[in-house]
Design a protein around this ligand. Sequence first.
Ligand code: MN
Length: 254
Amino acid sequence: MHILLTNDDGIYAPGLRALWQELRSLARVSVVAPATEQSAVGHSITLLTPLIVQPVFDPDGSHFGWAVEGKPADCVKLALVELLDQTPDLLVSGINAGSNVGINVLYSGTVAAAIEGAFFGITSIAVSLEYRDPVHLDFPEAARLARRLIIRLMEKYAGTGQLFNINIPSLDQGPPKGVRVVPQGTARYREQFERRTDPRGRVYFWTMPELVPIETTPDTDVTALAEGYITITPLHFNLTDYSRLQSLRLEITE
Ligand code: MN
């Protein structure tokens, strides 16, 4: 078994390292990840600058992985087309610092890396850990929890090209209540910017991400995670709205 491990927080992120520790007992793990943090870059790719790739070594001299000066999707493409000597059986992206639920799934570089893997027909799993300020993110424990689910998904779905999004609740209030399979929420979050002025009098803004959506529909990844459950959502990347396809066809072609 061969796993490609990537993320959007960068190759030196503690979440990636914790997952690597857990996964290497299961499989051969190849790490190809961004050289620097790429959170919320979504599915962007690099066209206008070169993708510089550097090997990363551990203090004992062993090869840990490849750092790519690019986006998460670039990392997956490069790994599969150029860097790995064999096609992996599974791709895992994470563990991200912060949840990727609701519409945030669409901004996520962590999930985008998994989607890219699914483009290639590789079963791909995004893993994120909920962040509640000010809290210590327990990546080692989150990685142990993720490992159990990854084993189950790997046994059943390796080689099928399926896509999964896993979110682990903040572990500061005890272990998760359980695991729930839920759909992605679609509620909008309140948009907030902090307005500041620079020394030259120019106005600039900082995006202030909100952690709680404006309204919540019950039984989604957003609500189940907030209730303290690990969530798993099967995803696909075909955005077609099949329920409107036929009516639109009739309208346009009549
Ligand atoms: Mn991130």
